[in-house]
Design a binder for this molecule. Sequence first.
Ligand code: DP6
Length: 363
Amino acid sequence: MTNATDFIFDVQHKAATTVASGTFTWSAPSNIALVKYWGKKENQIPANPSLSFTLSNCKTITTLTFTKKEEKGIRFDLLFEGKPKEEFKPKIQKFFERILPYCSYIEDYHFTIDTTNTFPHSSGIASSASGMAAMAMNIMALEQALHPAMETSYFHKKASFLARLGSGSACRSVVGSIVVWGEQADVEGSSDLYGIEAPFAVHHNFENYQDVILLVDKGEKQVSSTVGHDLMHNHPFAAERFKQAHQNLSALKQILQTGDLTRFIALVESEALTLHAMMMTSMPYFILMKPNTLQIIEKIWAFRAKTAIPICFTLDAGANVHVLFPESVKAEVLEFIRADLSVFCQNEHFIEDKMGNGALLIK
Ligand code: DP6
């Protein structure tokens, strides 16, 4: 069992070396949840466990440059694609404040953060998961420089722990291609504090699983995740939903091991619609799907019924649709997407992605 206190950096015992300045660049991927995280407690503790596929092409690349300074305090400059970006600073300020109890050394440095996304900024794809994960990896690289004896497993756990403090889903963007976050009795090593790579063998049906993201609505999120998670407090169906997430995670674990695509489809689509049902039945209530979201869903169902090709959809907290399918049917499905689904996307825009592998040190 790990406790949050295990992640407190102890300057006296650990700072074996002094590090005056340096720079790291990490890339971290986005991820798509199949069992959804929706609802949280104090300190970014999830109300239920979730499971996600890590993506490959949608990622954030962040360079962190640090220089030791005399006075203590959180100080940083923020660049987005090489240019100063004041609007993003409050999020990073909050991230630094939340991680400070665990990373006291951040007050000794001035940071310059330069960050870019591989996906278009205004695509409606949330960059908080990949962005916060890339930040956490860079901070841990600095911590490792201060404490060279650190073990890799600790590095990954604490990186995910810090990423979680930035944004819950970010803790699933650190390591592994299938990630579980949140305590679940039948997933060994699972924790509310960080994500872990799924600790079981996964059927080859899911190797390189494809995710095509249909950009139905590229605008700002209608409901911020903070507001969204809050909707689960005093929600009439919350307790049942949290129970169901545990059951669905158990079932999905079995499905991923056996390769049963029919059950996979039913579970994944039901999770997506349940997430939206929670929003529709909260107070205040929201409909985050757009007419084109429903058009796409109906087309997917018709295509699946006609061809028996095992494609399905999932949704995040917005109108965009993630189309999921095995690599073996990629050619047919891409043809279908181009011919029948792209018309429902803004400017016919969609992003081809697939399962990936966690964060990477670039330099
Ligand atoms: C619908 O991780 O964005 O995508 O912890 O408040 O930053 P915060 O929330 P966030 O919520 C993600 C919600 C979701 C489902 C999921 O990714 O599991």
